[in-house]
Design a protein around this ligand. Structure first.
Ligand SMILES: Nc1nc2c(ncn2[C@@H]2O[C@H](COP(=O)(O)OP(=O)(O)OP(=O)(O)O)[C@@H](O)[C@H]2O)c(=O)[nH]1
Length: 376
């Protein structure tokens, strides 16, 4: 008898199982291709974001969809709160991004650096089960049933700038045994984009603010005034303008030196700011002159605010870091846009509003200083 080999039935069964395996592999390949395609589209989307709000919006909106995640959050290191200050000045509303939070130190991110010199390297992603106690900071509003998480370090030039936090209701989605190449690659692109937009926003901030006092500069106020007049014309609200000048500031410099004078300028800016609404804009126009745009304020309320500022400066002496103290006062001119002068070019109207406030200021100085005068 010779061996007859596999039967036709056996061959057919093997063939079927090979076909099934092929089909499975094809399906996997297609799925992987689709995932890659979606991620490439995501990379292109975030690389194209030219400001901070656009970038974080894209991350929070697109990443959960393309990666089939139930939550994505970002923790960013902001040691001196510089990022938050700059974004606030540029008008970013953090209330729109509950998935974004800031930490003051790298350590707060929870990537424990290795103490062994031999093992010191960039921190690696942490994958595993979700713990409400351990991960509360990264997931302040976790979805019900969150099971597994990946905390992926965001690194720039080996410096930890934050953490990309991914969460899934599937307990097998992130396990310590899982490879991390893919999430690390994704995090590296997100880190580059974040660093890029943050640098851009910092530059924007520097270009629009006064480095001594941190309030806006003249360029910003000029631009903002034009925008506000255009809006006020459409929505019919009042805009008022205040021109503020510190009285006898030359004497301040002569008495306490230029550095003491700088301290006084910073404190005056703070006192003015304390009397304003969030929607108002304060700028330093150089020297010891400040301009305030009061949005949706008529002449009467602008004068009331000006009086509060005048009082706040005159009522408490200025304490200097060298120990001395100094009484001070300001003179303020106030003007308002009466009827939006719709027939005139906005630039001319803007220029005239500031000029009217300046004229009123001149009168306040002439009348003896430490007073508020309105233009009429
Ligand atoms: N410390 C400091 N002083 C400045 C700065 N910019 C301008 N000054 C000084 O501000 C003073 C402005 O003085 P003046 O314009 O003569 O006016 P004033 O002494 O305030 O007098 P009145 O405005 O008439 O009450 C000058 O001594 C400038 O040197 C600055 O950035 N820092």
């Amino acid at each position: 008898m010779h061996d007859s080999g596999p039967t036709t039935n056996e061959l057919m069964t093997e063939n079927e199982s090979l076909r099934a395996r092929m089909a499975y592999l094809m399906e996997q390949a297609e799925r992987n291709h689709e995932i890659m395609r979606r991620h490439q589209a995501f990379d292109l989307e975030i690389v194209g974001c030219d400001n901070f709000p656009k970038l974080v919006t894209a991350i929070f909106r697109s990443l959960p969809v393309i990666s089939e995640l139930d939550i994505v959050t970002l923790s960013l290191v902001d040691e001196e709160a510089d990022i938050q200050t700059v974004m606030n000045v540029l008008g970013v509303d953090f209330g729109e991004f509950p998935q974004l939070h800031f930490v003051a130190t790298e350590a707060a991110l929870g990537f424990v650096p290795s103490r062994s010199a031999a093992l010191t390297g960039p921190p690696k992603p942490l994958l595993g089960p979700y713990s409400p106690v351990l991960h509360a900071a990264m997931f302040p509003n976790p979805p019900a049933g969150l099971q597994s998480i990946a905390l992926v370090p965001l690194l720039r030039n080996r410096r930890l700038i934050g953490s990309l936090n991914l969460g899934s209701l599937d307990p097998t989605r992130f396990t310590p045994a899982l490879g991390t190449d893919f999430v690390e690659h994704m995090a590296s692109i997100i880190a580059i984009c974040l660093e890029n937009v943050i640098s851009n926003e910092m530059l924007k901030y520097i270009g629009l603010t006064d480095s001594l006092t941190g309030v806006y500069n003249r360029r910003y106020i000029d631009r903002r005034l034009i925008e506000e007049i255009a809006r006020a014309r459409r929505q019919a609200y009042r805009i008022s303008c205040m021109y503020i000048d510190i009285d006898h500031f030359k004497q301040v410099n002569d008495t306490v030196g230029h550095q003491g004078g700088d301290e006084v300028l910073r404190e005056v800016a703070t006192r003015i700011k304390n009397e304003l609404r969030m929607s108002d804009a304060l700028g330093r126009f150089g020297g010891e002159e400040f301009v305030v745009l009061l949005i949706d304020a008529d002449l009467e309320s602008a004068v009331a605010v000006a009086q509060r500022i005048r009082h706040s400066v005159a009522s408490q002496p200025f304490h200097l870091s060298t120990g001395g103290q100094l009484p001070l006062s300001v003179s303020i001119g106030v003007a308002t846009l009466e009827d939006f002068e719709r027939d005139h070019a906005i630039e001319g109207v803007a220029h005239q509003l500031v000029a009217h406030a300046d004229t009123a200021l001149y009168q306040a100085k002439a009348e003896g200083r430490n007073r508020v005068v309105s233009f009429d």
